[in-house]
Ligand binder design. Structure first.
Ligand code: SF4
Length: 150
C-alpha cells in the first residue's frame, strides 16, 4: 500500500494554486492537482484548490511552474507572477523548470526559473511523479507554517 498524504492546511485554510504547465511536466501536475474522480487524496479535498482562467493569477498564492521555460516564454511567466497577490510562493516542478533539464545547453531555454523567480520548493524528476508534486506541496506548507526554515 502506497504512502498516503495529509495536507494539514486543509483543516486550517485553503490555498489557490495556479499551474503554469509549459511542457510535459504540466501533464503530471494536472494529474496530481485534479486527482482521479473521488480519490480522497485529491489535493482539492485537502485544501489545495487549482485555479484557472483569466483572473487566476489575481487569486493564486502558489505558482507551479512545470515544464520547459523558454526564454521567449519568460516574460509571460514573470508577468503571471507579478499579478499574484502577496504572499506568493513558487513551486518549480521538474528538471526543465529547475535547471533547463535535457535542454540545459539550448540557446533558447532558461537554465532554471529560479534565475528570475524566488523558488521556494523545487521538485526533481523528468517528469516527477504526481506523488512528488504532492510532497512538494507538503514541503511548501511546512515552510509557510514555520516548521522548516526557508
Ligand atoms: S523535465 Fe522532462 S518531463 Fe519535464 S518538461 Fe522537461 S523533458 Fe518534459
Amino acid at each position: 500500500m502506497g504512502t498516503r498524504f495529509t495536507l494539514d492546511w486543509g483543516t486550517t485554510y485553503e490555498v489557490d494554486v495556479l499551474d503554469l504547465g509549459l511542457a510535459c511536466c504540466g501533464v503530471e501536475v494536472m494529474a496530481a492537482l485534479h486527482g482521479r474522480g473521488d480519490d480522497q487524496d485529491r489535493p482539492a479535498d485537502l485544501g489545495v484548490r487549482p485555479v484557472s482562467g483569466a483572473g487566476a493569477p489575481e487569486r493564486a498564492h502558489v505558482l507551479v511552474v512545470s515544464g520547459t521555460v523558454t526564454d521567449v516564454m519568460l516574460p509571460a511567466v514573470l508577468a503571471t507572477y507579478e499579478r499574484m497577490p502577496e504572499p506568493r510562493y513558487v513551486l518549480s516542478v521538474g528538471a526543465c523548470s529547475n535547471t533547463g533539464g535535457p535542454y540545459w545547453d539550448s540557446y533558447s531555454v532558461t537554465k532554471g526559473v529560479d534565475q528570475v523567480l524566488p523558488v521556494h520548493v523545487a521538485v526533481p524528476g523528468c517528469p516527477p511523479r504526481p506523488e512528488a508534486l504532492l510532497e512538494g506541496l507538503v514541503a511548501l506548507h511546512r515552510m509557510v507554517t514555520g516548521e522548516v526554515a526557508a
